[in-house]
Every structure is written in C-alpha cells, then in structure tokens.
Design a binder for this molecule. Sequence first.
Ligand SMILES: Nc1nc2c(ncn2[C@@H]2O[C@H](COP(=O)(O)OP(=O)(O)O)[C@@H](O)[C@H]2O)c(=O)[nH]1
Ligand SMILES: [Mg+2]
Length: 676
Amino acid sequence: MEAGENKRNIALVGPNGAGKTTLLESLLFVSGTIPRKGRVMDRNTIGDASPEARERQMSTEVTAATLVSRGIEITLLDCPGSVEFAQETRAALMGVDLALVVVEPLLERMIALAPLLHFLDSHAIPHMVFINKMDRSEVRFRDLLDALRKVSARPIVPHQYAIGRGESLVGYIDLVTEQAYAYKKGGPSDRIPLPEEYREREQAARRAMLETLADFDDDLLEKLLEDSEPPTEQIMEDLRKTLKADQVVPVFMGVAEQDMGSRRLLEALLAETPPPSARAAALGIAPDGPPLVQVLKNWYLPHTGKLSLVRVWRGTVEEGMQLGGMRVGGVYKLLGQQMEPLGRAGAGSVVALARMEEARTGQVLTNGAHSAPTLPTAAPLPPLFAYAITAANRNDEVKLSSALFKLTDEDPSLRVEQDPEMHQTLLWGQGEMHLKVALDRMRNKYKIDVEARPPRTPYRETIRKSAHAHGRHKKQTGGHGQFGDVKIHIEPLPRGAGFRFENKVVGGAVPKQFIPAVEEGAKEYLQKGPLGFPVVDIAITLYDGQYHSVDSNELSFKLATALALKDGLPKCQPILLEPILAVTISVPSEYTSKALQLVTQKRGQILGYEGKEGWPGWDAIRAHIPQGEMHDLIVQLRSLSQGTGFFEWTFDHLQEVPDRLAQAIVEKHREEAAAH
Ligand SMILES: Nc1nc2c(ncn2[C@@H]2O[C@H](COP(=O)(O)OP(=O)(O)O)[C@@H](O)[C@H]2O)c(=O)[nH]1
Ligand SMILES: [Mg+2]
C-alpha cells in the first residue's frame, strides 16, 4: 500500500443549517468514535465548540475530527456554511480528498449552492451531495435531483432513491445493487423487498445513472446498447473513477439527526473517496522528495498557543523537525477540542501542528534548504463590509493590534486597513455577522472590548470657478522679520487631473529660491479646503508677488500662499466630491429586478446587466455606486436574494455630490471635527 492509502480527508460543506455539524456527530457516533451524540441545540457537539458558535448555534470556523472505520482513518473537516465564512471553508477545501456537500431537501435553496459548486469545479475537487433532513422533505425525490441538476455543471448521479418522504419516509433503494432498505431507529437499516410501486422510478433513475457513467466508459456504453446487465463491480469502478476526476456528482440521502443513512454514507465514503495520493497526483506533487505540508487553518488556543491544521502532501512530519524555518512543536490528531499527540504523521494525513508561529493559511512548507513549490490556494474573497473600530478602553490600544494580528491570522478574510486620512482603523470582512463574530471573538478570547461604527467616507472637494487671490504674510518682531507676498490664479481642472502648479513670475518679483515654498504651501493648505476635505482637480498659478531682501524666507512664502488660498478658494464655488465605485453584483436572475431597485435606492447608476458567464440562472449587474452608500449594500443584497447575492468592487472616479446631500455631509463633518 502506498503511504497514506489508509487515510481519507473529507470536508463537510454546504449551506448554513443543512446539518453538517449534526452529520459529523452522527458519523462519529455510528463509527464508534464517540459513545453518545451531542446535539447542536444542546450546545454539546464535537463541532461548534467556541462560545461564538454555541451562542448562535452556527458554525463559525472549521472543526476537525478523525474517526477510524474498517482500518481507514477518515479526518472530517466540518466547515461553516454561512457565505460570510466562505474563506475559511475554501481554505480547508484545499487540503481534502473529497467534499461532501450537505443540503436540505428544499427546491428553492438549491440555487444557493452555485458559488460553492463553482469553487469545487474550478479546483476539480471531487464532491458528493448528501441530501439531509429527508424526514422534512415535502417534495418528490426526482424533483430534488432535477433542482440539483440545474445548479451543477457536472452530471448528478443519484446513488440512492428515496422510498417515501417527510413523515412517511421509509428508507431507500440502492441504485447500484437495486436492493431496498428500511431505516431503523438506533441501528442499521433492514433489507426489505423493493416496493412494486417504486420499480419504474427506480429503473428510470438507474438507467439515467448508467447512461451518465457510460459517457466516460465505452465498454459500459456498449453493454447498455446491447441491453446486457453490467456487473456491479464495473458500475462501482466507474463511480469511483468519475468521482475522482470530478466528472460526476454522486448523491446520497438521509436524516443525520436520527443517524438514518449515516452508516450507508460512511460505507460510501470509505469505498468511494479517492485515496490521498490521487489528490496529490492531480496537483502535480511528485511522491518522492522532501516533506511538504500545506496550512489549511490556524487557531490560537488559550493554553496551547497557536495550532495549525495542515495537509501532509508528502513525506512525514515529526515533532521537533524544521518546517518552513520553524520548529514543529507537536503533531496532533484532533477530535474537536481534544488533541491526541501523535509525534509524527505521514503523507495523506490532515493533522494539527503546534507553535508554527509564522505559518499563514494556504502556505506550503517544506524543510531544509528546499524551497516550497506553489500549490493552489483559495483566492482571497474581495472584502464586502467594514467597520471602523476602536478599543473601548484607550489602554487596550496595544493589546488591540496584537489581537487583530491573531484574528486575521486565524481568518484571512478579515482584513485590517489603517486609514490615516480619515483617522480610522477599518476591519473588513464578508458581512455584518462575520464582523460581529470577530468582535465577539475579540471579547471572548482576547478580552478586549471594541467599539464599531460605519466607516467614514473619504470625500474630496474641488472648485467650479476660477479666481485671483492675494496673500501677504508680514511679521515684525525683535530681530529678523518675516515677509512674503504672492498673487495667484486659482482655476478648476478636469475630473481626475489632481493638482497642478505653475510659475509665471517675471522679473524676480518672487525670487526663484522661494518658488518651491509657494508650491509646498499650496499643497499643504489644500489638504483641507473650505468644506473641510482635501481639494483636488485644481491648478494654482503664481504670477506675481513681493519680497524683502532681509525678512523674506521660505516659511513666509508658505504662509502667504496659505493666506491667498484662504481668501481665494471660497470665491471659486467649492463643491463636494464623493468616491464612486464600479460594482459588479451577482444574483440568481429571479432577484435581478430587486437588485436593480436596490442599486437605484443607493443613488447608483446602472450600466447594464447580462447573464453571468458560466453561471446558469445568474445575472451580473454592472453599476456605479457612491462609496458613501456602500456600507450595508451586502446586508441588503443578501436579504433580498435569500443570502445568495454578492458583489465585487473597485474605486472608479470622483463625482460631484448632489447639493441637498452635500450640505448635510459638510455639517456632519464639521461637528465631528469639532468634537475631536
Ligand atoms: N429534522 C431534521 N433536522 C436536522 C437534521 N439534521 C440536522 N437537523 C437540525 O438542523 C439544524 C442545523 O443543523 P447543523 O448541524 O447545525 O447544520 P450546519 O449549519 O449544516 O452545521 C439543527 O437544529 C439540527 O438539529 C435532520 O436530519 N432532520
Ligand atoms: Mg455547522
């Protein structure tokens, strides 16, 4: 057996509330790993152990748990389902052999799988679907399959077919063996005769499955054309092969809460999950060479310190060895919060390493003089939502920056931006809940209270008209005096032109050596114009002035220029400019008209919309939206689109603020400045 061939690494992914954490508990229970089951409701599951998760009964970070069944060690990564924690999930997915997509039997929610399925396909990560909560299903099984087909780019291949649904759920038919089973509370299912009324549906579903597989197996195709029955082993082999290549998506079903379907699922995971060497080969990792690990997740634990979840792609990691210039402080197998020291772990494992202080999520580490090859990582999601944050207690400022470092190390989709211009520290993330969880974590884990408010917008101002202005600075003190005198012409420039300075002085009215001081003085003064914001798109021409042979110096000319601008700018009709962002909004097309309305409500300008490329059933809307209106765009977009909508943005241009708004903005800014 190749190294690691008795190991499998599987991520539980899928929408929030589908039952992943419950399924993890069930799989650990039916495999005998834990003696009794906890419930999410009772806040005692292996997953969701943090206070932030318990309080919300929602996973907020990855939980790892290893079980052993039939001599195979399966490490399960229970990933948060909320789109706001997608980065966490995506980073974990980079290290697994299979993703198990857990979904609820709800037709209208299937479209929400699009971003996840897209991600899985773009990285060719083999994945199965588990339709959970079949005890709640109100729709026909074939309609669920059709809804999955609409959203999946890969063919959907049901492995099971439901007998009954909702409260009258009986069990399932295995479409490979054509055997029927009835679920039994507290134990494995009972074999039952295949119900006659299901015969036709079963055969149609099986035929569809075989036809899909035949697209990848000519021999199977021939058998189907000849109407000869393919052997079970051939079907299983085809299922394994096409799953491994991310060519098809097998579907299983059950009721995780009652362990119905969990045993069958575990069997399938053992039999069908590609071995670790398959994923390594798909990524082009040669089996021989120095040890290679990739970081999937970092945690800071109160007593242990930093713990890094890693995939061992090659070789063996051992406590005490050097990896990426760091000493491996310990190698652990995880069961939620419990850590079992291993000392070493071989290729194909997903384990936790202690005290890898410099290890960043996604990073590939090796030892000695070798340089680590690059492996695919989860691209950072564009930030969507920000708060301006401050420590509630001023003495916590230093603690705050160290806590922010740890917080962003644990969750790279949290980003800190210092904005000196607006005197604010911005915490960026994927949504309101994402940031609230981060602030809770700050309080629970790092004991810092943080105040958060919407960010201030970096407005600018410019002028509409030109004017001449004169400034004289004169001061007579004991010894040397100060003297500078300038005459300038101020004029507006086109949008985006910035600042221009020109010297048109003739005959030395302002001596050469003082000209740079005039330009400097103008630049400094324009940091804060008559409305209180930096002035842009403006030209200053120095055309005359006076000097004094003894008293003139650079400072005097700077101050004279400032006086000239102070006098001149108000005469130029100052106007307020706001940053406008180019935004691309993605939504399932049934929400497009609502999203367009939202853009309009945000004073946005719709540039156009069309079908989103490669995303059947989705639209992409291009728009210009003022930055000042962006703060809660993601919150509103999600609320009108059942949590599915998202967007990307970049700064585009500055634009005049409508008069009625400008006044209010300027007044508010004045009040805030006065309060500082
Ligand atoms: N009726 C029913 N409820 C379930 C089932 N599995 C999980 N749940 C419930 O669904 C809720 C969400 O489950 P959870 O495991 O936290 O979902 P996750 O967000 O995907 O991890 C919890 O209240 C579970 O008790 C199931 O098979 N049937
Ligand atoms: Mg969960």
